[in-house]
Design a binder for this molecule. Structure first.
Ligand code: ATP
Length: 359
């Protein structure tokens, strides 16, 4: 069953268009991640769907029931059976962990409330801290309690807005994994807002990439990453090199890394070629397959598992674009070394050149 349907929703704040005809659906049990740069409308979409922001244009349905439609009275947020976890997941400082977890259960009989809150705490591994107060907990523990509070009423839908943003990288990875498991075990649908593409791909069954109030592409993490439909999506989901050129009579575009096939493009079409940085291969021998462009290694930054490398063609002119490569860290390259660069075709995307208005 479809848990959430957002149908042609648009939203303005004065002259600012925050959402522009957004439509999407989330199935029961599915995790959908909304990802995009700051200000693209992710939080607004969640807030409108939750009823925290009045709907202006379009329609919202939850579990088959229309809860908001332009020009009609809306179902208030507390009647929508939605669990929230927002960036500032502020626990109530004067309430214990257990009381915080029980907060959304006021409709239950008192005898049911605490056992239900305890069960929610146990699911997030916080039952032993039931009597503690929020200020004595670490950020990660507080986040778990906030998750328990959102889960305790057993909502049909979870809305999470940047739930891990204040948490350090290592703990964040663990929380992400735990949260994924908890959301999946709940059987409910979830919409998670993040600006971090890796987080979105790790957590989401599907990912919706947003820009300037629109959903540009929605699909499985693999589909949006492997088959981006616009330069913006390709660039947003990974570090890239971007070259401009014109499709030649032979159906290829010449780039600093050699000719790239542009199937389906007519000769003379201006094109943008995007090559992911880890799709640039670097080798010391010209004979290595696919490594044929003579380059100089001009800068090396070892980052552990990978190294970021700046290359220049040996015949480069002053205005030629830089070439960045991310190569395995074990590949020891010295600055100034002469090498050969090539490309992994799976990491190359060709689009019509962007006009100022296109995505
Ligand atoms: P971030 O990742 O920075 O939270 P976001 O993608 O969630 O960004 P929104 O918070 O939805 O983006 O904002 C979308 C646009 O609407 C932005 O231009 C923002 O400045 C504007 N906006 C959001 N809330 C309000 C408000 N209450 N009043 C006026 N403008 C707002």
């Amino acid at each position: 069953m479809t848990a959430l349907v957002i149908d042609e929703v648009s939203h303005r704040f004065g002259a600012t268009v925050a959402l522009n005809a957004v439509s999407l659906a989330v199935a029961k049990g599915e995790i959908l991640c909304l990802v995009g740069p700051s200000g693209c409308g992710k939080s607004t979409l969640l807030r409108v769907a939750a009823g925290l922001e009045p709907l202006q244009v379009g329609r919202i349905a939850l579990e088959g029931r229309v809860v908001a439609e332009a020009g009609k009275a809306e179902l208030p947020p507390e009647a929508r059976n939605v669990g929230f976890l927002f960036q500032d997941f502020a626990l109530f400082p004067h309430l214990s962990v257990l009381e915080n977890a029980a907060f959304g259960l006021h409709r239950l009989a008192p005898a049911e409330r605490l056992p239900r809150a305890r069960a929610a705490l146990s699911r997030v591994g916080m039952e032993e801290m039931a009597q503690a107060y929020p200020h004595t907990l670490s950020g990660g523990q507080q986040q778990r309690v906030a998750l328990a509070r959102a889960m305790a009423p057993g909502p049909g839908l979870f809305f999470l807005d940047e739930p891990f943003s204040g948490i350090d990288a290592r703990l964040r990875r663990r929380l992400l994994e735990d949260t994924w498991r908890l959301l999946k075990d709940s059987g409910s649908a979830s919409v998670v807002v993040t600006h971090d593409p890796e987080e979105a791909m790790l957590l989401g069954d599907r990912v919706a990439v947003m820009r300037a109030g629109r959903v540009l592409q929605i699909g499985t993490p693999d589909a949006v990453y492997r088959r981006p439909e616009s330069p913006f999506v390709a660039e947003f989901l990974g570090e890239v090199n971007k070259f401009r050129g014109t499709v030649g009579a032979d159906g290829t575009v010449e780039t600093a890394l050699g000719a790239v096939p542009a199937p389906g493009f007519a000769a003379g079409t201006p094109a943008a070629v995007i090559i992911r940085q880890h799709g640039v291969t670097v080798s010391m021998a010209e004979t290595a397959p696919g490594s044929s462009v003579p380059v100089v290694v001009s800068w090396v930054r070892p980052m552990g598992a990978a190294s970021l490398i700046l290359l220049r063609r040996r015949d480069a002119g002053a205005g030629d674009p830089p070439i960045y490569a991310r190569v395995p860290g074990r590949l020891r390259l010295a600055e100034g070394a002469l090498a050969y660069a090539g490309i992994d075709r799976d990491e190359v995307f060709v689009f019509p050149a962007e006009t100022p208005k296109s995505a």
